[in-house]
Design a protein around this ligand. Structure first.
Ligand code: HEC
Length: 253
């Protein structure tokens, strides 16, 4: 009886030690359950499409996504017609047949249109802080998708004892807690076509799912390939083992 009690106590102790650091981390930046996490994870298409709507209607006013093409939207389930329509809604600069600069509707093969001509123009209207390009932001920040979600939902009034800079906003998860970006999301900021209620948490989750996809559109292919390769090696191990048995079958041990 005593032995069982002490065994249980030891197990509980080991469990607590194993769990403790994870909890300490959670307090600073909560973990979210992402559809695309893990070796078999895939992007929740509906969430990613809603997330594109959030980027398109909210974030794209300030943030570029220069490395992404409109055609990349096929990976989250948009049809060719839908992509053509999205692109055609934007005007991009080009060079005409006579070599003079022209403006034309964007094509699926164009990069996403940037909101500002250059970084100085972006700083000028954003209180001196340049909105970073979002193409690779999920990979560029420690904490990735969890950090982005925390940032987008981490706005609140500044503590009374904190002196805030001019035009700066308090955010629990931004380094130094003062960020130049005003809270971009508020209840019902977008109206979702699929009827999903547009709460701040929902929009944050959706736009992060979209940005995670954009940062690595080939994720799903890579994972599928990984699974195939592992299966291949398993099969090869069986074959080589069978061959070994056959080759050595007549040799006396
Ligand atoms: C009104 C302009 C504006 C809008 C709209 C906007 N942002 Fe920003 N964002 C900024 C600025 C300015 C910064 C730089 C802030 C700084 O460095 O203090 C920034 C910074 C960021 C950062 C980087 C934070 C870091 O850790 O450095 C992320 C991520 C981000 N924005 C995501 C978004 C997303 C997602 C949306 C849409 C839901 C959005 N932003 C909408 C202006 C904007």
């Amino acid at each position: 009886m005593m032995r069982w009690v002490s065994l249980a106590a030891a197990a509980a102790l080991i469990g607590a030690v194993a769990v403790l650091p994870a909890h300490a981390e959670e307090a600073s930046m909560p973990r979210q359950a992402w559809s695309f996490a893990g070796p078999f994870g895939t992007f929740d298409r509906a969430a990613a499409q809603r997330g594109f709507q959030v980027y398109n209607e909210v974030c794209s006013a300030c943030h570029s996504m220069k490395l992404a093409y409109y055609r990349d939207l096929s990976g989250i389930g948009l049809s060719e017609e839908q992509i053509t329509a999205v692109a055609a809604g934007k005007t991009v600069g080009d060079i005409g047949d006579d070599g003079a600069p022209i403006e034309r509707p964007a094509l699926p093969s164009d990069h996403f249109k940037s909101p500002f001509a250059n970084e100085l123009a972006a700083r000028a209207v954003n209180n001196g802080a340049a909105p970073p390009d979002l193409s690779l932001i999920v990979k560029a920040r420690e904490g990735g998708a969890d950090y982005l979600y925390a940032l987008l939902t981490g706005y609140s009034a500044a503590p009374t004892n904190m002196k805030m800079g001019d035009g700066m906003n308090y955010n629990k998860y931004f380094a130094g807690n003062q960020i130049g970006m005003p809270a971009p999301l508020s209840e019902g900021r977008v109206t979702y076509g699929d009827g999903t209620p547009a709460s701040v948490n929902q929009m944050a989750k959706d736009v992060v799912t979209f940005l995670a996809y954009i940062s690595e559109p080939e994720t799903e292919m890579r994972k599928a390939l990984g699974v195939k390769i592992v299966l291949f090696f398993l099969l090869m191990s069986c074959v080589t083992y069978a061959v070994k048995r056959k080759v050595w079958a007549d040799v006396d041990h």
